[in-house]
Design a protein around this ligand. Structure first.
Ligand SMILES: Nc1ncnc2c1ncn2[C@@H]1O[C@H](COP(=O)(O)OP(=O)(O)OP(=O)(O)O)[C@@H](O)[C@H]1O
Ligand SMILES: [Mg+2]
Length: 397
């Protein structure tokens, strides 16, 4: 009997996996970058990009833990839709600065930065009403208090950087879902980081977002592409995918037949979220160790149903009827990417008429444009889901 209580797999948004497989190289890259920043050497900020469910959030969380453990100052935020970047950053920055102010060498600098933060929040409050941050000091006139985000954020990160430098540490800002940050706010962030880099101050951004992020950054500031590295986070290659399943099982004294593992890798195409879902259901389907191909085959039905009810469903429910139709037409053409003209043809409409729908779907993060005139899903295997949830031809009406 395989004990359901011991089922190790962890499907979920941002739920740490039992084995963080296949990301060692990237983790090492980030570790080196952070140490370079701490040493005051020129270093690019890192923005990890990948589709939904590939493991950006859990990787970011892990990187942050490791950075903290090595004595770096960190902050972590997730940019939800409809929340401003300053509103999100201010409280976290305050926490980091309060910690820095406990350091003897950095104290004066950190307190000055906290004054800057007070001025920053007060001046920008009119524009970004969601800035809610405690004041520990009175603002210093002229420090980060112009009321212009581009200028003030730069000034604020500069004084923060000086404080971190005095403390012989660095501030690493971990920001998830960066594609939701509005272009003008993104531009301000890029400018600030540019200035920080020119002055070799120890502040660095480690971000994550959907594949449209590099393009969006480039539109916000043309030099952004040179300021950042954009490592791709994709599905796990065969060996890592197998390990993601077999290692957690082995840790519980459970084995998987080789063909059972192959089947999981094939069904999931190595996508981390799907691996967790298949692992979980294969475990629950098994009577005894080793888990067999037959167990996996039975698990497939349950795994697909679970995905349809959660991972896919939450995204589908946020769509308007017109958007659903657009995605269904895309799905008709297969996994993609697809030419906008071909999608329009499926719907019997013109490309221009569908422009607003397409734009809205990009804003919602459902699709992106890998190159001009091309459209692709941001959710892996979403085409199959759309055909399941909207079967037949009714959508053409
Ligand atoms: N390297 C990995 N090995 C095994 N499982 C992983 C790995 N990375 C992530 N997972 C699992 O995949 C699932 C999705 O991870 P996560 O939420 O970090 O993805 P994401 O890229 O942030 O997705 P989204 O774009 O929807 O926010 C989680 O259940 C997690 O445990
Ligand atoms: Mg995430």
């Amino acid at each position: 009997m395989v004990d359901p209580i011991k089922n190790p797999y962890a499907p979920g948004a941002g739920t740490p996996p039992p084995e963080l497989a296949g990301r060692d190289e990237l983790r090492e890259t980030v570790r080196i970058a952070l140490e370079r920043v701490r040493a005051g050497r020129p270093t690019k900020s890192i923005l990890m990009v990948g589709l939904r469910g590939v493991g950006k959030t859990v990787l970011l969380d892990r990187l942050r833990q490791v950075a903290e453990a090595s004595g770096l100052q960190t902050l972590g935020v997730e940019s939800p839709e409809n929340r401003s970047l300053p509103g999100m950053l201010a409280p976290q920055l305050r926490q980091a600065l309060l910690r820095l102010s406990r350091n003897e060498r950095a104290k004066g600098f950190a307190q000055r930065a906290l004054r800057g933060l007070a001025g920053f929040a007060r001046a920008l409050k009119v524009k970004y009403q969601d800035i809610e941050v405690g004041f520990d000091f009175e603002p210093e006139a002229g420090l980060a208090d112009n009321g212009d985000l581009e200028h003030d954020l730069q000034a604020l990160l500069e004084v923060t950087g000086e404080a971190a430098k005095q403390a012989r540490t660095a501030l690493a800002m971990f920001v998830d879902e960066l594609q939701y940050v509005e272009e003008e706010q993104l531009a301000a962030l890029i400018t600030a980081l540019h200035r920080i880099a020119q002055r070799n101050l120890p502040v660095v951004l480690v971000g994550a977002g959907l594949p449209q992020l590099p393009g969006k950054m480039g539109r916000a500031k043309s030099y952004a592409e040179r300021l950042f590295d954009f490592p791709q986070i994709g599905p796990l290659p065969g060996e890592a995918a197998r390990l993601a399943i077999s290692k957690p099982a082995a840790d519980q004294g459970v084995a998987l037949a080789s063909d059972a593992l192959d089947q999981i890798v094939q069904e999931t195409q190595g996508y981390p979220y799907f691996l967790q879902e298949w692992g979980k259901h294969a475990w629950d389907a098994a009577e005894a160790s080793p888990i067999t191909l037959r167990d996996v085959e039975r698990a497939t039905t349950a795994a697909v149903a679970a995905l349809d009810e959660s991972f896919f469903r939450v995204r589908f429910d946020r769509l308007t009827p017109v958007e659903k139709k657009y995605l269904r037409a895309m799905a008709e053409l297969g996994p993609g990417p697809h030419r906008s003209g071909d999608i329009a043809e499926q719907l019997g409409r013109g490309v221009t008429a569908l422009g607003p729908t397409r734009s809205q779907l990009i804003v919602k993060g459902m699709i992106w444009s890998p190159s001009h005139g091309d459209t692709a899903f941001t959710v892996p295997l979403f085409d199959q889901f759309m055909r399941r949830i909207m079967p037949g031809d009714d959508w053409r009406k």
